[in-house]
Structure formats: structure tokens, C-alpha cells
Design a protein around this ligand. Structure first.
Ligand SMILES: Cc1cc2nc3c(=O)[nH]c(=O)nc-3n(C[C@H](O)[C@H](O)[C@H](O)COP(=O)(O)O)c2cc1C
Length: 198
């Protein structure tokens, strides 16, 4: 579906860059929910396809060669977004370094925007990753959505063709996206009425 001006632009940020990752299965599923909505358009920002350097320049210094080109693949898309969905696994009771790196390369791109979470992992369903992300994103003037989509032992929730089998997860996705839409609309209206100054 082509983007309509009034649609809320949602960037789905795929946090895992691991070889052999499960992330594409989860991403495809949440994207299918977004694709069904008339009020949202979607841009999948896959950090495995748009790798960012992990060496930051000194304060006030230009970035290393190649950095600007790498950021150009990501930063404008985050800036254009009205809202985000972070797709994150849990690594050692937190979220992956690749996601933190992408967060840290940016600042005002996150400001006054809502973030919904789709997390996955073992028995915890990635909830510990999400709780840590809430702390980080508060520092960046973002609002995190109360209801999360948490896929416990995620591998068992999809069939052989990677279609979601669990109706509760589908219901959780709808609830989270409904809440995300409310905040995205409210904050877009507010940013348009009065630019956010941090
Ligand atoms: C470095 C690493 C640490 C992990 N730590 C946890 C953990 O603390 N809790 C958990 O539930 N799963 C943990 N896992 C399992 C991952 O959640 C699982 O492998 C998931 O598929 C990773 O997402 P990905 O395949 O998209 O990279 C860990 C996996 C890796 C690679």
C-alpha cells in the first residue's frame, strides 16, 4: 500500500544482527500486523542490512571515513518516523549491543516519539531487554508504550512456515499497535503545534 500523508510513519527497528538470527521471523509477523492497518505505513530498519560503526568520533570532531555514508542509510529514516517498534531479543538479560549502538548514534530522532516493543527470548520472552530499553529511551525524550508484545520461547509460537500459531500474541500485537497509534498521533500533533525542545 502506498503511503498516504495522514498515515503515521512507523519505523520497525530490528535489533539483532546475529548470523542465523530468528529476528526475521518475528519482524515479518509484526510487519504483517502493520500492513493491515490503514492508519500506519511501515519502514523496516534492519540493523543487519545497515550496519553502523561502533567507534564514535571525539566530541566536536568529524566521524571517521565511511561513517556518514553508513548513517545516511539509517538516520533520515528514524528522523522521518512518527513512531517506532523495536524488535529485540534478550541477550544476557538485556538487549543486543547492535541496538544500543544504533540508539546511541542518534538523539533528536527519538525525541517526543513513542516506542512499542516486540521482544522474544526464552522463558522471559525478552521482558528484561524491554525494561532496560525503557530506561535508555527515557533519557532520549521518548515515550515507551505500556503494553508489550513478549514472545516466550518464541520458536514454538510459529508453524513450519513461520506463521504465528498463538492467538494471544496476535491480540497483544493489536493492543500494542493501537496504543502506539494513539501516542503517535498525539505526539505528532503536539510536535506540529509546538516543536519539541529538549
Ligand atoms: C549472546 C546471547 C545471550 C542470550 N541471553 C539470553 C537471555 O539472557 N535470556 C533469554 O531468554 N535468551 C537469551 N538468549 C537466547 C536468545 O534470546 C535467542 O537465541 C534469540 O533467538 C536471539 O535472537 P536472534 O536469533 O534474533 O539473534 C541469548 C542469546 C545470545 C546469542
Amino acid at each position: 500500500m502506498s503511503e498516504q500523508p495522514q498515515q503515521l510513519r512507523v519505523a520497525v527497528v530490528v535489533g539483532s544482527t546475529r548470523e542465523g538470527r530468528f529476528a526475521p521471523v518475528v519482524t515479518r509477523w509484526i510487519k504483517s500486523h502493520l500492513d493491515q492497518r490503514d492508519d500506519m505505513s511501515v519502514d523496516v530498519v534492519d540493523l543487519a542490512e545497515t550496519p553502523l560503526p561502533t567507534v564514535f568520533p571525539a566530541f566536536g570532531q568529524p566521524p571517521a571515513p565511511g561513517t556518514e555514508e553508513a548513517l545516511a542509510e539509517v538516520s533520515p529514516r528514524l528522523a522521518a518516523a512518527d513512531a517506532f517498534v523495536f524488535v529485540t531479543p534478550e541477550y544476557n538479560h538485556s538487549f543486543p549491543a547492535s541496538l544500543k549502538n544504533a540508539i546511541d548514534w542518534h538523539n533528536e530522532q527519538w525525541h517526543a516519539k513513542p516506542i512499542g516493543f516486540v521482544s522474544y527470548g526464552g522463558i522471559s520472552g525478552g521482558l528484561r531487554a524491554v525494561e532496560q530499553l525503557r530506561l535508555v529511551m527515557a533519557e532520549l525524550h521518548a515515550t515507551t508504550i505500556r503494553n508489550t508484545v513478549s514472545l516466550h520461547n518464541a520458536w514454538g509460537l510459529f508453524d513450519e512456515e513461520y506463521a504465528m500459531k498463538d492467538t494471544q500474541s496476535d491480540a497483544a500485537a493489536k493492543t500494542m499497535l493501537d496504543q502506539l497509534a494513539w501516542w503517535a498521533q498525539a505526539l505528532r500533533d503536539a510536535r506540529n503545534a509546538r516543536p519539541y525542545t529538549a
